[in-house]
Design a protein around this ligand. Sequence first.
Ligand SMILES: Nc1nc2c(ncn2[C@@H]2O[C@H](COP(=O)(O)OP(=O)(O)OP(=O)(O)O)[C@@H](O)[C@H]2O)c(=O)[nH]1
Ligand SMILES: [Mg+2]
Length: 542
Amino acid sequence: MKHNELIRRRTFGIISHPDAGKTTLTEKLLLFGGAIHIAGAVKSNKITKTATSDFMEIEKQRGISVATSVMGFEYDGYKINILDTPGHKDFAEDTYRTLTAVDSVILVIDCAKGVEEQTRKLMDVCRMRSTPVIVFINKMDREGRDPFSLLDELEKELGIHTRPLTWPIGIGASFQGVYNLYAKQLQLFSPNKTRISHDIVKIDDLASPLLEAHINTSSAVKLREDVAMIEGVYEPFDEEHYRGAYLAPVFFGSAINNFGVKELLDTFVRIAPSPQPRVTSVRTVEPEEDAFSGFVFKIHANLDPRHRDRIAFCRVCSGKFERNKYYRHTRLEKEVRFATPTSFMANEKSIIDEAWPGDVVGLYDNGIFKIGDTLTEGEQFFFKGIPRFSPEIFRQLVNKNPFKAKQLDKGIHELSDEGVAQLFLQQQGNVKIVGTVGEMQFEVIKFRLLHEYNAECELQPMNIYKAFWFTSTNQEQLEKFHSLQNYHIAYDKDDFPVFLAEGTWSFNAAREMFPDIKFHLTSEFKNDEDIIQSIQQWGKRI
Ligand SMILES: Nc1nc2c(ncn2[C@@H]2O[C@H](COP(=O)(O)OP(=O)(O)OP(=O)(O)O)[C@@H](O)[C@H]2O)c(=O)[nH]1
Ligand SMILES: [Mg+2]
């Protein structure tokens, strides 16, 4: 039972540069699972129903994804969990965190644009973690680039080998379909927005005149040439190379027309890895272990405007999660129990009794969770690899309506728990500094504060270059640094002190003057027990 549940699970993220078609592809994949019946056209003015995975008000208005959404469905005996990520760089932190919770990814490329800025950055993260990648080259119904040159670019720019598993016939106005190089099938293209298409012709021998019966002569000649070239240049596809993150199989299609998506899905379920081991502060946890463990990679308040709940998204890493059972919250060192854990189907939720490794469980959160928190059956450890990065832009949060100060305070604390932004406090919390990696995050914050908390605010620019967490075992230097830099020190949400440097010069000066102080640009150091202890002692003294 346990073994079956494990091997049939596939948990993956869809990633790309903005607008390549992730949400559209997610929706089409859901169609195959029977999870939804009609896909809402994304960003279409005519159809008001928006994509199932873009459910936040702000996403509906803009037609872009600003946060990861999680959706599960059953297909052909497999349990698939999709994590649709936002492409925009301002929300990249959300995407990076999501990548800690998946076992593989599908990378979407726009055939006209090829490799773009975010594609590179996201692939860097995948390479760092050796996450297996499948590439889907999308929008083949539009004029785009030559497929061979696209593959060359992927190899050169992303540092990964590629191997096409389907091959396009024509592109844009002349796009006629794809040839499946392994199943030896021709799939003919017909624009078809909502149903699953069945126009498949089996052609075992490309030399056969049967080909000309379905596509025009010049396309047939070209396809024969292309396929001969592919067989000559590329090694046969090797699944192990894919799972070792060395080789990316490539599919061509058009998500919006639901074309090439089934080939992708059928291959994906067959070759993609089932739930993989995860590294903790103490040891590696294997999914086959009996004892449950999992970690929170995302928190979202007010998912459903009718119920103002806060939901923590927990990835199950080992054992079996059960409703109403006591688990250990290792940061709080406390036993906790969940009476209403939920599964995800975009904005629909249903209560579940159990979940297996690879699954994402929604846990009702009355303020006990932070991103990165670990749950176990008693063992004391933390899952690694979910750091927070120092923000790029800083603004001071100023209340615009004195009667709503409480709401504003609650709102900004909750949003920063979610990781929408980072909050730093000065003067016992009277000065609130919001740090983000991009302008658009401020827009989301303002919008959500107003719509979800009824609080109005202004976000005033500040002269801060970077926020550095700092630690030291030299108490004397710490004390001196604190008194000297009083105005430039704030506290993060966990009460860890940060140095708000105005420029590289002030940072360099501080480093020279206080050689025993370590400055950190990510919060990864917080997993280090020694440092935490030294900070806790220090914290009590100030
Ligand atoms: N012509 C064409 N347009 C497509 C195709 N797939 C998606 N689109 C369009 O591309 C636009 C972006 O699609 P989305 O699915 O929202 O892209 P996304 O990658 O989720 O975008 P972000 O989440 O904001 O990064 C929409 O207008 C889609 O209708 C396709 O196969 N062909
Ligand atoms: Mg999207």
